[in-house]
Ligand binder design. Structure first.
Ligand SMILES: Cc1ncc(C[n+]2csc(CCOP(=O)(O)OP(=O)(O)O)c2C)c(N)n1
Length: 897
């Protein structure tokens, strides 16, 4: 005998061990009669009073956060279906076929392109319900809805766009063949299909969190009076497996807390993920219901199709619900993979009452009992209820079958996720099941189906889209440029710093504060922090621009009389996200793509602990690039040795390297305030003026030191990645040695130049390298051009011109050696790199720099050693220097300790 399921439904607990069924029946009937006579609100009131009383009496220790395994919306409240059901089913069948054919054709032609059939097969009705009745296009009175599509269901979206006349047959035939141009991307991708897709959802879990913060950002724009989002809605169709991702569920409470009733998740609960069931031994729908209910969402379950209604109506003793409660998802999958006879034997026959309930049905009729997520009527009712619900976000849990319609070989099979073709018999079954007008030959050739321009199907589909405001998805990027100030205006203090002491973080925050005050740009700036504003000296912004809080400030702040008081307000500008870098990043993405999504360019500036950036939320940063985001990411408390006491888990040595790999990220490691001002001005020019789809990563630190004024003519080099900042010894055409310093370590390098001259009589040139990756990118491009144009006059890069000759070059950085290593192929002389590879640790800055061998003395030794290697100094000099500076030569390398 099977063990009782530990997920037992709440109602089972009361019916199973009932000491006095007659009394129970009286109570139940009383409630039912109140609901009939006085309405559901009155019944609800009584229930809540009872619940309160029970709590007072110490009863009701636990109320399960889920309800019985049935549709949330009863038949009586379903409403009449407003569409042409038969026509919609025909259209959906054609789209299903074309989506399947796209994947199968691409793989037949090229064999290795991959693609997914089964996910869209399970989601088709969900998508079509949205497209025919809910997803509003750009022409809708309040503006377009935003839809985050389940990524591997993209073939279905393409197949629909084909019927709508937005994609051609030859484009469908280039699914996943993009290098020659005009192909269709595997997953939603604004970089590769910039006029089509808006949101890149291919990395599971990012869609849900990005959708949530998008809905929140729309409210932010509204409350700040920058845009009216009216009743524009954010829809996200996601997978039940996808909800395992921490990011997917990481912002559920935010959505509820901020009452985002402009947000609906539709979770395609086909109970399967890639390898197998999402919860083989459990029940994912129940689990998600509990999770979302607990987080404060409105939950609508769509589990059973219309054919089940009659069964439920006759099932007075809840035999169905009892059996559902005993059935785990792995079993539902097996039931789904098998025919009506099997279901009769292995489900209905388990209980005599159930057997009686379906005694009148043939196995074929039992086979035809649909899951709710394949029933347009049920889905429509759920979407409509979600759209109308006020005060909470809504999740629709739609139960579907993976590979629905793919026949015995695909439907609810373990392997269906990776299935890319159907066998001939399955194709025939698919055609017959969906009554597709395809000949056997058409079937064999996997011909695309189009009912014709003049067909009722196409007319209906277009008319529906027109009524909803036009086609979707579509992306536009023609937002106007934004006026912005010049560096001289916002950064005069930095350009003329005259040796003032400050940290680079302080310099950046001062720049930010000035930008916020600019007449046109100011309101467009979105400062974002994840609970570190005070760490970065930004507390003055609380007062200056306020913290966004949709409810305003419902309390008297403890520091109310302070100049820097904690001020929350409905039109606050600062997004203070709390300890969620993923959430802060999602806000940054929403703001950084606002130019395309809302036609309103914004400038997000997210300042965070650099260690918790690329390393922690790197995939979201990648998604930002996919989505063509513009803005500033500021890695504060950056570097391995600037943080002193914080130690291992806080000291970042690799973010710049990661940043260098993101194609649209321009990464800088400035040392001085004027460098920051120049980089910010350049970023504004590129992103807001020229509207380039790129973003800027800038590292800053909280180490205080003197900042010089900007040397004449330095700006161009700062932007390109390096410029000469000092020169020691007699001016010669070629210096003995060149020293490159970056960010926090530049000052050590400048000091090393002095030591070289004083102690060893070696002249040097010092360069501030603001970006090894910018230098490398340009050098890579020049090298490529020269390689592919062998007969032309070779070009040279800024780097090659600046470091011409064979003098040794020594680079020192607060990051891993691989970061300066990016330019190694283009440095003509011997190139030595000092970096901070290894685990960080706590100590003073000076001790850390000695430990990682990036301090001035180590730079000197590296320079002397390089000169000795060229035969320009005796090797003994190097040994002398090591002894003189007391460097520990016998310890293991820092990265081994
Ligand atoms: C972060 C991430 N990990 C893994 C994958 C690979 N992957 C693509 S689809 C998929 C399974 C999705 O399952 P589910 O969300 O239940 O959707 P279904 O296809 O079943 O509708 C996986 C693991 C991915 N795209 N992103």
């Amino acid at each position: 005998m099977r063990e009782p399921n530990h997920f037992a439904e709440p109602f089972l607990r009361t019916t199973q061990a009932d000491a006095d069924p007659d009394e129970t029946a009286e109570w139940v009937e009383s409630l039912a009669s109140v609901a009939r006579a006085a309405g559901p609100e009155r019944a609800m009131h009584l229930l809540s009073q009872l619940e309160f009383q029970a709590q007072q009496l110490g009863i009701l220790a636990k109320i399960p956060p889920y309800s019985a395994y049935q549709n949330t919306i009863p038949l009586e409240r379903q409403g009449a279906y407003p569409g042409d059901l038969a026509l919609e089913e025909r259209i959906s069948a054609i789209i299903r076929w074309n989506a399947l054919a796209m994947v199968a054709r691409a793989n037949r032609a090229h064999g290795e392109l991959g693609g997914h059939i089964a996910s869209y097969a399970s989601a088709a009705e969900i998508f079509e319900t949205g497209f025919n009745h809910f997803f509003r296009g750009p022409g809708a009175p309040g503006g377009a809805d935003l839809v985050f599509f389940q990524p591997h269901s993209a073939p279905g979206v393409y197949a629909r766009a084909f019927l709508e006349g937005r994609l051609t047959e030859s484009q469908l035939d280039r699914f996943r063949q993009e290098t020659g141009g005009g192909g269709l991307s595997s997953y939603p991708h604004p970089w590769l299909m910039p006029e089509f897709w808006q949101f890149p959802t291919g990395s599971m879990g990012l869609g849900p969190i990005m959708a949530t913060y998008q809905a929140r950002f729309m409210r932010y724009l509204d409350h700040r009076g920058l845009a009216t989002s009216g009743d524009r809605h954010v829809w996200g169709v996601f997978g039940d497996g996808e909800m395992d991702e921490p990011e997917a569920i990481g912002a559920l409470t935010l959505a509820a807390r901020e009452k985002l009733d402009n947000l609906t998740f539709v979770i395609n609960c086909n109970l399967q993920r890639l390898d197998g069931p999402v919860r083989g031994n459990g029940n994912v729908i129940r689990e998600l219901e509990g999770l979302f209910t607990g987080a404060g969402w409105n939950v609508i379950k769509v589990l059973w199709g219309s054919d089940w209604d009659a069964l439920f109506a006759r099932d007075h003793s809840h035999a169905l619900l009892r059996q559902f409660a005993e059935t785990v998802d792995g079993q539902y999958q097996t039931l789904g993979a098998n025919d009506g006879a099997y279901n009769q034997e292995h489900f209905f026959k388990l209980d005599p009452e159930l057997q009686a309930l379906v005694a009148h049905m043939t196995p074929q009729e039992i086979d035809g009992l649909k899951r709710g997520g394949h029933d347009f009527r049920k889905l429509h009712a759920a979407f409509a209820a979600a759209r109308a619900h006020a005060g909470q976000p809504t999740v629709i849990l739609a139960k579907t079958k993976k590979g629905y319609g793919m026949g015995p070989a695909g439907e609810s099979r373990m392997t269906t996720h990776v299935q890319k073709k159907l066998e001939p018999d399955d194709l025939v079954e698919f055609r017959d099941r969906f009554q597709l007008p395809l000949s056997d030959e058409g079937l064999r050739e996997m011909r695309f189906l189009h009912p014709g321009e003049g067909s009722r199907e196409v007319a209906y589909l277009r008319q529906r889209r027109e009524a909803l405001g036009g086609a979707l998805p579509q992306r536009s990027s023609d937002a106007p440029a934004v006026e912005f100030p010049a560096a001289a205006e916002f950064g005069a203090f930095a350009l003329q710093a005259e040796g003032k002491e400050m940290s680079s973080t302080m310099a950046f925050v001062r720049v930010l504060s000035a930008l916020l005050k600019h007449r046109t740009l100011g309101p467009r700036v979105v400062p974002i922090v994840a609970d570190e504003a005070r760490t970065f000296g930004m507390a003055s912004l609380f007062r200056q621009v306020g913290i966004y809080a949709p409810d305003g400030q419902l309390y008297e702040p403890e520091d109310g009389s302070s100049m820097l008081r904690y001020r929350e307000s409905r039109d606050g500008q600062l997004l203070e996200e709390g300890i969620t870098e993923a959430g802060a990043m999602s806000s940054w993405i929403a703001a950084g793509t606002s130019y395309a999504v809302h036609g309103l360019p914004m400038l997000p500036v997210y300042i965070y602990y650099s260690m918790f950036g690329f390393q922690r939320v790197g995939d979201l940063i990648w998604a930002a690039a996919d989505q063509r985001a513009r803005g500033f990411l500021v890695g504060a408390t950056a570097g391995r040795t600037t943080l002193a006491g914080e130690g291992l888990q806080h000291q970042d040595g690799s973010s710049l390297l990661a940043a260098a790999t993101v194609p649209t990220c321009r990464a800088y490691d400035p040392a001085f305030a004027y460098e920051i001002a120049v980089i910010v001005e350049h970023g504004l020019q590129r992103m807001l003026g020229q509207r380039c789809d790129e973003f800027y990563y800038v590292t800053v630190s909280n180490e205080n030191y003197e900042h010089p004024s900007m040397p004449d003519g330095a700006a161009v080099g700062i932007v390109r990645g390096m410029y000469r900042i000092a020169c020691t010894g007699a001016a010669t055409a070629v210096p003995a040695v060149r020293l490159l310093g970056s960010g926090a370590i530049l000052r050590e390098v400048l000091a090393a130049a002095e030591l070289l001259l004083q102690d060893w009589d070696v002249a040097s040139e010092v360069f501030s390298v603001t970006s090894f990756s910018e230098l490398a990118h340009e050098a890579n491009e020049v090298e490529r051009w020269n390689r592919l144009h062998p007969a032309d006059v070779p070009r040279s890069s800024h780097l090659e011109r600046t470091l011409a000759g064979t003098s040794p070059v020594i680079a020192a950085t607060d990051y891993v050696r691989a970061w300066p290593g990016l330019i190694a192929p283009y440095v003509a002389g011997p190139y030595r790199v000092l970096g901070t590879d290894g685990f960080g640790r706590s100590d003073t800055r000076q001790a850390l720099r000695r430990f990682f061998e990036v301090d001035r003395q180590h730079v000197v030794v590296a320079a002397l050693h390089a000169l000795a290697g060229q035969g320009r100094l005796p090797a003994a000099t190097v040994a002398d220097a090591i002894a003189r500076y007391g460097l520990a030569a016998e310890d293991g390398a820092p990265w081994t300790r």
